[in-house]
Design a binder for this molecule. Structure first.
Ligand code: HEC
Length: 206
């Protein structure tokens, strides 16, 4: 008899636990599960790009208040961030943050080959692969006029684009733009080099 009772109790207990565990439900439900300790899991909030009837323009996403600077986004150094001096003229050389060395040139070469060569060609002659497929060719970097561009002007072209060339500020971070310019200068020298530019002891290998 005692055995029988404990068997019934344990079957009952099993059924209760089984139903609490959710196995009885059998099909998906759109109802929220019972949440014993909700903490702050659910709160009123706006989701990005959702509608709002609080703001006049009906959007939850707000424009940045004028003069706001996000952390780490202060661009007070016009030479570095815009390629211009304080009077707004393009700078000839490089900003002081940019140290010219092999590491920078290698980085510039890599970035140039990724971002510029499809149109401008690996040697900057304006005959990239895209041009071979029918795009209007960009100018060669080896003309006297582009060789005479101050660095700041090239920086501006990469940053904001020009006529048929789209801007690359979204793809290429500021420091990489300077690295590309350093490499572009090396390319220009390489295409206009004379034997005098080759170190004495290496002239024989040419
Ligand atoms: C999708 C093709 C394309 C890519 C990629 C591209 N350019 Fe250009 N670029 C052009 C075209 C086209 C022109 C000519 C624009 C015009 O005059 O309409 C041009 C012009 C230029 C000029 C000359 C601007 C002037 O004053 O005439 C420079 C300098 C230049 N590009 C640099 C770069 C650099 C550096 C990169 C890589 C970060 C780059 N471009 C990537 C297509 C491209």
């Amino acid at each position: 008899m005692k055995n029988m009772t404990s068997r019934i109790v344990s079957i009952g207990l099993f059924l209760v636990l089984f139903s609490i565990s959710g196995c009885f439900q059998g099909r998906p439900s759109s109802k929220e599960p019972i949440h014993l300790n909700p903490n702050m899991d659910r709160q009123q909030k706006y989701r990005p790009q959702a509608e709002s009837n609080y703001f006049e323009d009906g959007a939850t996403m707000r424009p940045i208040v004028e003069g706001t600077v996000a952390r780490g986004e202060l661009k007070d150094d016009t030479r570095f961030y815009f390629g211009k001096d304080s009077k707004g003229n393009f700078i000839k050389g490089f900003p002081k943050q940019i140290e010219l060395n092999m590491e920078l040139l290698n980085r510039g070469q890599e970035r140039f080959n990724i971002f510029c060569s499809p149109c401008h060609g690996r040697i900057g002659n304006g005959r990239g692969i895209v041009v071979e497929r029918g795009m209007l060719p960009p100018p060669s970097f080896h003309t006297d006029s582009i060789r005479a561009y101050p660095n700041g002007r090239v920086f501006d072209v990469i940053t904001n684009g020009i006529r048929n060339m789209q801007p690359y500020k979204y793809q290429v971070p500021v420091k990489d733009r300077w690295a590309i310019i350093a490499y572009l200068r090396a390319l220009q020298r390489s295409q206009n080099a004379t034997i005098q530019d080759v170190p004495q002891n290496e002239r024989g290998s040419l």
